[in-house]
Design a protein around this ligand. Structure first.
Ligand SMILES: Nc1ncnc2c1ncn2[C@@H]1O[C@H](COP(=O)(O)OP(=O)(O)OP(=O)(O)O)[C@@H](O)[C@H]1O
Length: 366
């Protein structure tokens, strides 16, 4: 049997690309590098993106078509190409971002998202270029806290890649998993889907130059943390806790997630949220509802800095609901507490960068 190009192309014309229903010859997906050498055939298939979900199945279908319509004896080699440049390798993503700060808590509901959002706002107030990624897949709250719930970020082609453009609010570049997923559906997501979505929000978004990239991570320890550790070199972690014993026990677990022997992310320090209650009409009174200075003692015991103590103030909650983070008003008691926190985060980050080598990403084992 003698093979010739038309025989191969006719076989390939029976394969449909599921994305548009056209056959792959008509859709100009077969590159003009078709080589025939005896019973050996090689060529490339061209896809729009390197992440095309149909890539594997189309390659398999093309091979099967040649075996079915030409001969089982043909030795087929198919390479894949894409029109768009690939996402940079993990660890090489976001070269223009100077510091990546993960805000974590061992336990839900301690105010981690409130602290992450207000830390981002306070850093921007101090004049830094700031990005905030709300990676809290099970309870994204940044859209509400920044009053951008209706935002639907779009993509633009930049240097040959389609990149998501972050929303800008209060001088911060912001993306939330909540812009893309109905929060009620999030818990139904399989781990892999959530991880892929997150990798896209990090690697396929136009974050540009940033001094601080703040990550609001999900509560507790999860696959999402592992994805973040495998995708980004996290400069340091900020752990949020409330003063009660149960929260402190969980805070230790949260710390361990960043400092075990496989992961080497330095802890920049702890934040004690809901440290005391101050009624608006008695601003000098402090009521220690959840115990006094538990987080402060934990910080001392672990020999890590206490970066800030944030009181329980009704306005923090109201501002969060209204979409105007408390840190926007630097003259308020809470605004000052968050500015102080941001100053301490900057000081600890600079100290860490002077004393320690850059963080390495956690390798993926296949
Ligand atoms: N210091 C504070 N004073 C008053 N209210 C606060 C304070 N910190 C957080 N809150 C309120 O507590 C609630 C929970 O806070 P937040 O969503 O930030 O917690 P979280 O730890 O991120 O929770 P999750 O586990 O759901 O991610 C919110 O309504 C928030 O406005």
């Amino acid at each position: 049997m003698t093979l010739y190009p038309k025989l191969i192309l006719d076989a390939l014309a029976t394969v449909r690309y599921p994305g548009n229903g056209k056959n792959i010859v008509e859709a100009e997906m077969v590159a003009d590098n078709l080589r025939i050498d005896g019973m050996k055939v090689s060529f490339s298939l061209i896809f729009e993106k390197p992440t095309d979900p149909f890539m594997k199945s189309v390659v398999r279908a093309a091979e099967t078509a040649i075996h079915t319509y030409v001969s089982k004896e043909v030795e087929v080699t198919i390479a894949t190409e894409s029109k768009q440049a690939a996402r940079p390798e993990p660890g090489k993503m976001l070269p223009q971002v100077k510091n990546v700060i993960a805000v974590s808590s061992g336990k839900g509901g301690v105010g981690k998202s409130t602290v992450a959002a207000n830390l981002a706002v306070a850093l921007a107030k101090l004049g830094y270029k700031v990005g905030l990624l709300d990676a809290d897949i099970f309870g994204p709250s940044a859209p509400k806290m920044f009053q951008v719930e209706d935002a639907r970020p779009y993509a633009e082609t930049i240097d040959g890649r389609d990149l998501i453009i972050p929303v800008e609010k209060y001088g911060i570049k912001l993306l939330s998993i909540g812009f893309f997923v109905d929060p009620d559906q999030a818990t139904l997501w399989r781990g892999g889907m959530a991880s892929n979505a997150l990798k896209q929000l990090v690697g396929d978004a136009n974050w540009g130059d940033l001094d601080y990239f703040v990550l609001d991570t999900p509560p507790g320890t999860s696959d999402i943390h592992l994805t973040l550790l495998q995708t980004l070199a996290i400069t340091g972690a900020v752990i949020v806790s409330t003063p009660q014993e149960v929260a402190l026990a969980d805070a230790r677990k949260g710390i361990n997630m960043y400092t075990n022997d496989k992961v080497n992310v330095p802890i920049l320090g702890l934040v004690e949220n809901m440290a005391w209650f101050t009624p608006a009409e008695l601003p000098n009174n402090r009521y220690y509802l959840f115990g006094k200075e538990g987080t402060k003692r934990l910080a001392e015991e672990l020999n890590v800095p206490l970066l800030g103590q944030i009181p329980i103030v009704q306005s923090i909650c109201e501002n969060g609901d209204k979409g105007t983070p408390a840190a926007l008003d630097e003259n308020s008691v809470t605004g000052q507490a968050f500015i102080e926190l941001a100053r301490n985060v900057v000081a600890q980050t600079e100290k860490r960068n002077a004393e320690l080598a850059p963080t390495q990403i956690v390798e993926t084992h296949k």
